[in-house]
Write a protein of this length. Sequence first.
Length: 258
Amino acid sequence: MKRTILVICVVICVLNIGAALGSEDADMVTDRTKQKIEVDTRFAGERIYFFGTIPDPEADIIVKLISKHNDPIKLTRKGKAVLFWMSTKQFEIRNMPYIYKIHSSKPLGEFLTPELVKEYKLDYETLKDDMEIRLIKGEPSPDDKEVMFEGYLKMKEDENLYRIAENRIRITKGRLFEHYFTFPDKAKEGDYVIESYAIKDGQVIAESNDIVEVKKVGLMGWLYRTSQNNGILYGIMAVVIALGAGLLVGRIFKGGGH
């Protein structure tokens, strides 16, 4: 009930803004139901609704959610060694967004040109072009980038961190669009940018950006900031917790033996 009331209020607000801007020269005005997501130990993901005005009723809408800060990650590639499959190579993957999601009002092939896709990075292939890989262990091969990209993409889609969903944006009377993005439980702390584009005749005629902040709070937030700002203290804590867990397990099994 509370969320429904919030959604209705945002719709009315956006409609009023669009009307005030006028029907001919209006810019794209966007908003969201929440600007900050607080993550604690009970966080299981959150759905945020987004709304916007459309400057031209004949325009199509595409919206991209992308993480602002992206750390490199390490991935391994398996190969057959003698009779067993095992990790034979390790790579560092750079220049890839942690979250990348796209929603559109129509199938992308119906209104996007190759030039727009490349300029605004609106498909997975543009991500692959930007991806940088560095071999850490093993021998290089010509298909390393292709294989690692496919593996990376599958991992991200399985975690609901990457998604391209066509026909997900609902348009009302050619003047208002509405949809939602789900921030999964694996969403990291930081700022996420939501880029909205109105496209007509192969051109971006209006655009708007919004920010959603994900912030860890409570014990989870304290642990995260300790790990980032005081690595020594965090390391000591990890060792103490591991020792304590070991002692507890030992006592349980010892007690069970009598």
